[in-house]
Design a protein around this ligand. Structure first.
Ligand code: UD1
Length: 361
């Protein structure tokens, strides 16, 4: 069976790595990897291929950045040509980025079956571009691989047949388990002059947190408050950096003692959060990685599409209010924060289960 795996943006690389490995190891698939080029910087793309042992893409579409419509349309146009040329039996997409949506639509229109890994997650907030991407991709897919029970419940509510839904676990955790030996070799803590449990890691890149000046300034206020009780390390996403520079806030952060870095590679980033006292984020995947590692995660959003990280894991949703975040950090420092448990099937074997389903189909 010829299968095209699609990646485009940073979180996709982490998800595709174990699937690519398991599909190849099964010996039953002719696997092609297409990189749309949605993310193109070395720090946002190349380092992940290296850190996760992903083979070079068979095809690079080199679409780059653009408005949602432009980027999506460009990916669809270029991917359609690949589909016509390669004639795959199936396309596999992961996550919820624009590349996921664009390639699902292009494939479905040519009657190529689509498999979606990380299906059924819903924030029920359609102002998030990812929510639209998730809904459309799931509608078009006939193999829906879920990471947590909410995924199946959401998909059934939307009328998807139970026979197309497979609870296979979390491939992001497969990557984490795979990377364990390499974590020991990372020198990121000594390079940044940090010691275990003495710092918090911050990541911010959601458009509704960083694109408008007022929202971004509220975030900066929170960071400065946290920096009074813990060292703060902030690897800055390109979108966020552009906005911080536009309002001239970079020096403001460094003078508050915040350690600013470029986006980190996978191994260094996981090593950094594994030894952190706390993580503050608006990312989706980091909510899951911290739950697996047992690290307190304060998510600066009003809802999450990954509710199990809150109900079973170490995640808490917080409003963007300095006093509320400060109180949460205090409870972590006082040892009063919840401990959490690792959700079912977050065990490093998800990709194998996915491949079994694809093989049996
Ligand atoms: C995308 C995903 C988001 C994911 C995030 C992880 C969508 C709608 N969003 O958001 O779900 O959580 O990736 O990082 O697909 N840029 C660079 N270099 C790069 C990539 C981007 O400088 O390699 C800059 C460009 O100025 C670009 C901006 O970042 O315009 C935003 O990139 P884009 O891919 O549109 O969305 P992200 O915010 O990265």
């Amino acid at each position: 069976m010829k299968i095209i795996n699609v990646v485009g943006a940073r979180p996709n690389f982490v998800k595709i790595a174990p699937i690519q490995r398991a599909l190849t190891a099964s010996g039953k698939f002719d696997v092609r990897l297409v990189h749309t080029g949605q993310h193109y910087d070395a720090a946002m793309s190349d380092v992940f291929f290296k850190d996760l042992g992903i083979p070079s893409p068979d095809v690079s579409l080199d679409v780059g950045s653009g408005s949602h419509a432009k980027q999506t349309a460009e990916i669809m146009t270029r991917f359609e040509e690949i589909l016509i040329r390669e004639k795959p039996d199936r396309v596999l997409v992961v996550g919820d980025v624009n590349s996921t949506l664009a390639c699902s639509v292009a494939a479905a229109k040519l009657n190529v079956p689509v498999a979606h890994v990380e299906a059924g997650l819903r924030s029920y907030d359609r102002t998030m571009p990812e929510e639209i991407n998730r809904m459309v991709t799931d509608t078009l897919s006939d193999r829906l691989f879920t990471t947590e029970p909410s995924g199946r419940a959401n998909l059934l509510k939307e009328g998807k047949p139970d026979s197309q839904i497979f609870f296979t676990g979390n491939v992001m955790i497969d990557s984490l388990v795979y990377a364990k030996p390499a974590l020991e070799r990372s020198t990121v803590l000594s390079t940044l002059g940090l010691a275990k449990d003495e710092y918090a890691v911050v990541t911010l890149h959601r458009p509704n947190n960083v694109d408008q000046e007022a929202d971004l300034k509220r975030m900066l206020g929170i960071l400065k408050t946290v920096a009074r009780s813990l060292r703060v390390v902030f690897p800055v996403h390109p979108r966020t950096r552009k906005n911080l520079e536009r309002i001239g806030a970079m020096s403001d952060l460094t003078s508050a003692g915040v350690i600013i870095t470029e986006p980190l590679g996978y191994i260094d980033f996981i090593r950094l959060i594994r030894s952190a006292k706390a993580v503050l984020t608006d990312s989706g995947g980091i909510q899951e990685e911290t739950t697996f590692l047992g690290i307190p995660c304060l998510t600066l959003r009003t809802h999450t599409e990954r509710p199990i990280t809150v109900t079973e894991g170490t995640n808490t949703l917080l409003p963007t209010d300095s006093a509320v975040v400060e109180a949460a950090v205090r409870s972590i420092l006082d040892g009063k924060y919840k401990k959490g448990r690792i959700p079912d099937l977050w065990d490093g074997q998800a990709a194998k289960r996915i491949v079994k389903v694809l093989t049996d189909a």
